[in-house]
Design a protein around this ligand. Structure first.
Ligand code: F6P
Length: 550
């Protein structure tokens, strides 16, 4: 039976009618009329607190949003995911990244295979390997311990490990420098190779499929660079692979003993918990890596069991849905007030946009309502001095997720109060704005002439009423980072259920890959230029001419 269109659901129609009235109310009024708003609109889970009170919703909106989640079957779909049903319909796969962080002994059988045993076995291998590298007993070909690790991967095989290594740098072994090469652009690899020594460098070739063009080219380049100094027999100490494709790893020439497998029920953008997290485990050690998994598991437990209205991922998803559907917000800005989360927005871009950047339902029908928003952002306070102007006074309304830790992991005096003050001030400013009357009163107090005041008032007025969430944690630790990522994974999942899209495939990236292969052979001269459009033909000709000139 096909799933009914979202807009036909009773709760959706009730929400639509209700949204017309709430849209007219300013957030200032909502706060003024309910002093308990903060207390009523915060949720705690897994070491995180979500304050969603600065969204343009009231108690009725939230109740109706929860009705919609229920009517759409979020609870049943959630259970289907956790129990290993093949909810990735177009690829006929289960979606079980949650199993990677479940405690040992959590029984689950997929396609006749006890996946707990598999998961625990790989974790033990990760432990044994990372212990050796970190304690200096894993030696390079000339007998020296490893000083640098280069993770070669792209998309989910890069963004997660890179983001997490940066986020957890305070917990990392300072003797091990982590590098990440993802881009097929040789400048990326060249810049990294210029910093490392083949005698003391370990390469991780990370690719779920082990066929991704960028990763394969980069891996071959690294291998050739290494062999300028070392011999084939030395590869085993310096190249390890993480993949679901054992045959391709062997074909590449990596010792099967140096292979860390994972499984097709782990999506690329959900894979940092698998052996794709090897770089993270190397950087912070297996104990902290286990804490990272445990933090995510705590969020899983909360998501699976908490009532919808107190369920943090559900609340975050439903408020985001409200902003997208009823306030026409086409993008969401992520603002971590924590420099160590500098790659978090980039990570969420893939997680959310590759998952819910879809226009047809699981049944292949047009979704009929706007789906996943554009996700973007950067750290506060840098972002304030770059693009917050538009967020405050531009014509589009962009909801913001502020993310902050109450305690820093450094002890430099003065900085953390200044940081948090800015974070809280921004969410206050986006909410309240500044009226023309307030601007006028300020300028009058400064003694400006009336004519000048009137000219300035429109420029200095802030509409406010701009929605935001604030996510707080005590400190950024392996555990809270795990919970934070899992929070967004489940938020993405819930929104995918609402839109009835398959959040776990990514066919939209394929067309460009195919065309690139074709054009590459035209650029290298292996194939004659084919008939493209005049723009593409013109660009190809220019590149061929530039190549011929050198
Ligand atoms: O092209 C998109 C994508 O398939 C992502 O989903 C994935 O994370 C990335 O490429 C890398 O894929 P792989 O890990 O197989 O190299």
């Amino acid at each position: 039976m096909s799933t009914p269109a979202l807009t036909t659901l009773t709760s959706f129609q009730q929400l639509q009618a209700h949204s017309a009235t709430v849209r007219e109310v300013h957030l200032r009024q909502l706060f003024a009329s309910n002093p308990q708003r903060f207390a009523q609109m915060t949720v705690d889970a897994a070491g995180l607190l979500l304050d969603y009170s600065k969204n343009r919703v009231d108690a009725t909106s939230m109740a109706l949003l929860m009705d919609l989640a229920r009517e759409r079957g979020v609870e049943a779909q959630r259970e289907a995911m956790f129990t290993g049903e093949k909810i990735n319909l177009t690829e006929h796969r289960a979606v079980l990244h949650t199993a990677l962080r479940a405690p040992r002994g959590t029984k689950l059988v997929v396609d006749g295979q006890d996946i707990d045993a598999d998961v625990q076995d790989v974790l033990q291998r990760v432990k044994a390997f990372t212990d050796k590298v970190r304690n200096g007993s894993w030696l390079g070909y000339s007998g020296k311990p490893i000083s640098d690790v280069v993770n070669i991967g792209i998309g989910g095989s890069d963004l997660g490990p890179k983001m997490a290594c940066l986020a957890l740098r305070s917990y990392a072994n300072p003797g091990l420098e982590m590098h990440f090469v993802s881009n097929v652009d040789g400048h990326d690899m060249e810049a990294t190779l210029s910093k490392v020594d083949p005698e003391t460098t370990l390469f991780i070739v990370a690719s779920k499929t082990f066929v991704t063009a960028e990763t394969m080219l980069n891996a071959n380049t690294a291998r050739a660079w290494f062999l300028l100094e070392a011999e084939e027999k030395d590869l085993a100490q310096h190249f390890v692979a993480v993949s679901t494709n054992a045959a391709a790893i062997v074909e590449f020439g990596i010792d099967p003993a140096n292979m860390f497998p994972f499984w097709d029920w782990v999506g690329g953008r959900y894979s940092v918990w698998s052996s794709i997290g090897l770089a993270v485990a190397l950087a912070v050690g297996f104990e902290y890596f286990s804490d990272f998994l445990a933090g995510a598991h705590a969020m899983d437990q909360h998501f699976r069991t908490a009532p919808l209205a107190q369920n943090m991922p559900v609340v975050l998803a439903m408020v985001g849905f409200w902003n997208r559907q009823f306030l026409d917000c086409g993008s969401v800005s992520i603002a971590p007030y924590h420099q160590d989360l500098s790659r978090f927005a980039a990570y969420l871009q893939q997680l959310d946009m590759e998952s819910n950047g879809k226009r047809v339902t699981k049944d292949g029908q047009p979704v009929g309502v706007p789906t996943g928003p554009v996700i973007w952002g950067d750290c506060g306070t840098n972002a304030q001095h770059a693009y917050f102007q538009l967020l405050h006074q531009g014509t589009d309304v962009t909801p913001i997720d502020f993310i902050a830790a109450l305690r820093a992991t450094h002890d430099l005096p003065g900085h953390h109060d200044a940081l948090l003050a800015n974070c809280f001030a921004q969410s206050e400013a986006f909410m309240t704005g500044k009226t023309g009357e307030e601007v006028r009163a300020d300028l009058q107090a400064q003694g400006l002439p009336a004519e000048q005041i009137e000219a300035l008032v429109p420029h200095k007025t802030f509409p406010g009423n701009r929605p935001s969430n604030t996510i707080l944690m005590d400190q950024l630790t392996p555990s809270t980072l795990g919970a934070l990522i899992a929070l967004y994974e489940h938020k993405t999942f819930v929104q995918g259920v609402l839109w009835n899209v398959n959040s776990f495939d990514q066919w939209g990236v394929e067309l460009g890959k195919v065309l690139a292969r074709k054009i590459q052979s035209e650029l290298t001269g292996e194939a004659q230029p084919a008939l493209h459009d005049s723009s593409t033909n013109g660009l190809i000709s220019l590149a061929r001419a530039a190549k011929a000139a050198y």
